[in-house]
Design a protein around this ligand. Structure first.
Ligand SMILES: Nc1nc2c(ncn2[C@@H]2O[C@H](COP(=O)(O)OP(=O)(O)OP(=O)(O)O)[C@@H](O)[C@H]2O)c(=O)[nH]1
Length: 907
């Protein structure tokens, strides 16, 4: 029998909103827009799904079959959702891992806020794009002004601990209330991301995201990626985990152990008319203990580890009766048994949800607290509260339910021992009215959640007789004695109409009526079982699947947002770099052209300066050497007796004159170099810019410092007699005089110019002619002597004129032999070349650098372009992939009834 009148529309309403405001990681929206912030709704306790079968007035058999089908369908539906989520977790992990990898090579960009404009709708986007919100629904902005959702009652049992794991745990709820909103992002940015949110804090000062460089952000994101990948692993473990803990608690002697045994279809837990269970007894499938049936009793203060026998004591199942009373020694025990029910009906092990039943000690004022603490520590998924139909809710029961309601708004309630009640309707009414005050939500769903049953009439599986030795059913009920018939085809009470009478139906009803009532009780219990399974599945969906779904939705949403943002960033980078490349190309061409033009001009400048200097030096020096004898050397002939010194002085003066010419050439070369440097500088200013010449100063005074001119040491002229008497010169002189006429000659000779005349030979010959041969014979000797004397005197007189010529000629010969002119011209012009070489080389290098820099810039930009293209392709793919996986996750419907089930039962 089931009771209660919960309206189905409320189921639907609850379930419609179930997942969309569920976990601590913010809600999803139905329209595909990625919603904002935290919504703790998931932690609220909710009713069982809308697929709950509703009994109609059809035959019992068809009703039972429909129930069985409904149970299987819900189970299959749950499995399908679980599989989809596991696959989505795997896909998300792969996508995230690739994203993380990408982040290493292309630092992910993060939407930036505009400081001091917290309400601006345009966080800066790459390439001056519109704000991030503009590419999404304006709902986000709307939501910002909406009052923030308050956390409702939440599960307390999940405790993965990390920040990202807080989607449904109470820890998350605490974080929600205790942690301030991230300080460094304005509300807008903070709302955009749920998981990949950057909180940047430094030394107590606030920093906006844009105050951190790209790599710092990428590194922060990398941490987020790592954390989320870790969380995905644990999420997968949680979703794959099929175990679920059901705590059976209630008043002393309410029949909790009997109820557990009935669920197991085995007599495992000790039943007694007096309170006997004083420790928590957890019944698990023997598979988890290597198929060995035994009891592990866990002493107080010991943390159970099945692989460490020092943490528990091992007993046989039959010793359980003794163990359950030893509460002073043990806090709880694990009972490993082999399930006797078929796989599809098994509570302990059916693959979808493997229920570990925990029989708790009866509640009294001492144990209420212990049970509450135990429930919290053991991460109980579902609490089944067993209340005695005869005693109703005791004070302890009320206290427990009241406290538990903070975490579990819905409590699966078993009113046991209903067989003992004569006025069943009155009993139902009274209990439900009590419950309405204790747990209004459970009361509203009482059809699903409140069951009036008689656990002691449930037949045990064949061969599963009382384990702990003796009959636990001390009350003398039919428990344990009937045959096992999961389908109810076999009537366990056939031929035993008396059984009903033993449990509160006094008056020994007729056999047929008794059989019918027993069947009804078994059917009620069956219905309880399928409701319990649905309840557990629904709770699991809530505790395990829904948080995973919400988490995935949020994470994929964040990835999608980042992908969208970064695809735009990559595109904008691509546009920018493309533009830069286009600008660079002509610059590069111009730079190359300038380099070759300037190079040519430098060559010309250098060459012309050098050649000009060479030529000039050569000409000037040659001229100077050739004409040095004609120069006024500033010397006075001291007379024949100092003619040697005179010759030395002349030589020195000539050398000095030539040296001066060389210095003049050097000076001119300096000026030429200055001109050349200025020409080079002008070229540089034109092509390289002012800056380049800031440190460049030309120092003409430093020229010719290393390779100095030193002529005196190089020239060594030996003086000869002939240098003083230059006969060719004397001859030349007398030749000139001869041309003036005979009369003049005689006059010259005779007229006393003999000694000082220019042509003493002519004079002598003239005298011979005048005097005749005879006269001449007598005069010949004295004449000759005179002539020689005259000649000598004439020659001596000619020394100042002939000596410079001779010396100059000798000097010229020697300098020519030394290649003096060429050497100096080469030296001086080489110095010019050397002086101009550095500035011109510097300019060449600078121009080359300019070309190379542009080429490097071009290469760099080509590299960036390739990277940006790769990033754009990647982020476009990421955007698509994350949206696809998100869509798949969104399609995992955890709240609605399995397809076809609702209509099947809505009829
Ligand atoms: N008539 C009747 N008796 C029942 C029913 N369920 C349990 N009993 C009897 O009630 C007594 C107490 O049952 P238990 O299962 O030991 O109760 P309990 O709540 O586990 O007791 P403690 O945990 O020790 O407090 C036993 O004698 C059972 O046979 C029922 O549905 N109908």
């Amino acid at each position: 029998m089931t009771v209660g009148n919960g309206p189905r529309s409320q189921h639907a309403d609850h379930l419609t909103t179930l997942l969309h405001d569920d976990s601590g990681y913010g809600a999803s929206t139905m329209d595909g827009n990625f919603a904002d912030g935290w919504n703790p709704g998931m932690t609220e306790d909710r009713p069982t799904p809308g697929g709950t079968p509703v009994l109609d007035d059809g035959s019992e058999e068809s009703e039972r079959q429909r129930e069985a089908i409904a149970g299987h369908t819900i189970q299959m539906y749950y499995n399908r959702n679980r599989t989809s989520l596991i696959r989505a977790i795997g896909d998300t992990e792969a996508v995230l891992a690739k994203f993380q990898e990408m982040n290493q090579t292309w630092p992910t960009q993060y939407p930036q806020e505009i400081q001091n404009e917290p309400h601006s709708a345009s966080p800066t986007r790459p390439g001056s794009r519109p704000s991030l919100q503009h590419s999404f629904s304006t709902r986000d902005l709307d939501n910002e002004s909406a009052p923030s959702p308050r956390p409702g009652p939440r599960r307390a049992e999940t405790s993965l601990g990390s920040r990202v794991s807080a989607e449904s745990s109470s820890a998350a709820a605490q974080q929600l209330t205790s942690l301030p909103e991230p300080r460094l992002l304005n509300a807008q940015v903070a709302h955009e991301f749920s998981l990949l949110k950057l909180e940047l804090k430094m030394a107590g000062r606030e920093h906006s995201v844009h105050s951190f460089d790209k790599n710092a952000i990428a590194s922060l994101l990398d941490n987020q990626f790592r954390e989320n990948i870790r969380h995905l692993h644990s999420l997968r473990d949680r979703v794959e985990d099929t175990s679920s803990k059901v705590l059976v608690t209630g008043d002393l002697n309410a029949g909790k152990s009997t109820f557990c045994n009935a669920l197991l279809r085995q007599k495992i837990l000790p039943e007694d008319q007096q309170p006997c269970t004083s420790i928590f007894c957890e019944v698990l499938d023997a598979r988890e203990n290597g198929q060995i049936e035994e009891v592990h009793a866990i002493p107080h203060n010991s943390i159970y580890n099945r692989d460490d026998e020092s943490t528990y004591e091992v007993f046989a199942i039959k010793e359980l009766e003794q163990i359950v009373t030893e509460h002073e020694k043990y806090l709880n025990c694990k009972i490993y048994i082999k399930d006797v029910r078929p796989f599809e009906q098994s509570l302990l092990n059916n693959g979808t949800v493997d229920i570990a039943l925990i029989d708790a000690p009866g509640l009294n004022k001492d144990s209420v607290q212990t049970t509450a603490v135990f429930a919290r520590q053991q991460e109980i998924d579902v609490i089944v509260f067993v209340v005695s139909a005869s005693n109703h809710f005791t004070q302890s029961a009320k206290e427990f339910i009241f406290n538990a309601a903070r975490e579990k708004a819905y409590m699966f309630t078993v009113v046991n021992g209903f067989d003992q009640i004569r006025d069943k309707q009155r009993c139902e009414k009274m209990i439900l009215s009590q419950l309405a005050k204790l747990s209004p939500t459970t009361f509203k769903e009482s059809k699903e959640l409140v069951h009036f049953v008689s656990s002691n009439v449930i037949p045990m599986a064949p061969g599963s007789g009382p384990r702990p030795g003796g009959d636990f059913a001390a009350g003398g009920g039919g428990s344990g004695s009937g045959s096992f018939d999961p389908n109810g085809d076999d009537d366990p009470y056939d031929g035993d109409g008396e059984k009903e009478g033993k449990h509160g139906e006094p008056g020994s009803p007729a056999k047929g009526k008794g059989k019918g009532k027993e069947k009804e009780k078994i059917r009620d219990f069956d219905y309880l079982e399928s409701s319990l399974r649905r309840f557990v599945l629904e709770k699991r969906a809530r505790s395990k699947l829904a948080p995973a779904r919400t988490y995935l939705m949020n994470l994929l949403g964040d990835m999608n947002r980042l992908a969208d943002f970064n695809r735009d960033a990559a595109q904008s980078e691509l546009d920018r770099v493309q533009k830069e490349l286009e600008d660079l190309e002509p610059q590069h061409e111009a730079s190359k052209k300038a380099r070759s033009e300037v190079s040519e001009e430098l060559d010309i400048t250098l060459e012309s300066s050098t050649t000009d200097t060479y030529n000039y030096t050569r000409e000037t020096l040659t001229d100077s050497i050739n004409r040095v004898s004609e120069q006024d050397l500033g010397l006075t002939y001291p007379g024949p007796f100092s003619c040697l010194q005179y010759a030395e002085d002349i030589k020195d003066a000539m050398l000095s004159e030539i040296s001066n010419t060389v210095y003049l050439c050097e000076e001119r070369a300096r000026n030429k170099s200055i001109q050349g440097f200025n020409a080079i500088k002008n070229l540089g200013l034109m092509h390289v810019g002012n800056k380049f010449y800031e440190g460049h100063i030309f120092h003409p005074e430093k020229m010719f410092m290393k390779r100095r001119h030193n002529l005196a040491r190089q020239v060594d002229i030996d003086l000869e007699m002939l240098d003083f008497f230059d006969f060719s010169y004397i001859w030349e002189k007398q030749e000139k005089l001869a041309g003036t006429g005979m009369a003049g000659t005689v006059a010259l000779v005779v007229g006393g110019r003999l000694l000082g005349g220019a042509s003493w030979i002519d004079g002598a010959l003239g005298a011979f002619k005048i005097m005749g041969v005879n006269g001449s014979k007598r005069l010949i000797l004295p004449s000759l002597i005179t002539l020689v004397g005259v000649a000598l005197a004439f020659a001596i007189q000619q020394i100042p004129a002939s000596l410079p010529r001779r010396l100059s000629s000798k000097l010229a010969t020697q300098l020519a032999a030394q290649d003096y002119v060429h050497d100096n011209a080469t030296r001086i012009s080489a110095e010019v070349r050397r002086a101009l070489k550095n500035p011109s080389q510097d300019l060449r290098i600078e121009l080359q650098r300019g070309v190379e820099k542009l080429e490097k810039d071009r290469e760099d930009r080509r590299g960036i372009k390739a990277e940006a293209e790769r990033a754009r392709t990647y982020f476009a793919g990421l955007e698509k992939n994350s949206a696809n996986v998100r869509r798949r996750v969104e399609n995992v419907d955890l709240e609605g009834a399995p397809p076809g089930l609702a209509s099947q039962y809505a009829a």
